[in-house]
Design a protein around this ligand. Structure first.
Ligand SMILES: [Zn+2]
Ligand SMILES: [Zn+2]
Length: 107
């Protein structure tokens, strides 16, 4: 005992003891960080499919802003943004494969 627990999601070391860990795991900060951690892998793919099915927002392309913001039913992403997303998706799936292979070798 006495080993410090390291939280990958929060990039933070916790004091030893299960109570600290439990409290930490329930904290808003940790839950948010965990969500963001998983979203960075899941999101690009889902967003890509989502954006592809939408039409480009006229207001957004003409004025550069839209009163509906993120709630707009049309896409606010330019082709450039979509290409970036595709790149991101490729990188995260590569990361996934890498993680998967390494965990198989070393465990
Ligand atoms: Zn944490
Ligand atoms: Zn819009």
């Amino acid at each position: 005992m006495g080993r410090r627990y390291y939280c990958d999601y929060c990039d933070k070391r916790l004091p030893p003891g299960l109570t600290h860990r439990k409290t930490h795991n329930k904290s808003i900060q940790h839950i948010n960080n965990k969500r963001v951690y998983y979203l960075q892998f899941k999101d690009p793919i889902e967003m890509l499919i989502d954006e592809r099915s939408k039409r480009i927002c006229n207001k957004w392309t003409q004025t550069g802003s839209c009163p509906f913001g993120n709630n707009c039913k049309y896409s606010h992403r330019s082709n450039y943004d979509l290409i970036q997303l595709i790149e991101q998706t490729k990188q995260s799936s590569f990361f996934f494969i890498q993680q998967f292979c390494f965990s198989n070798i070393f465990t």
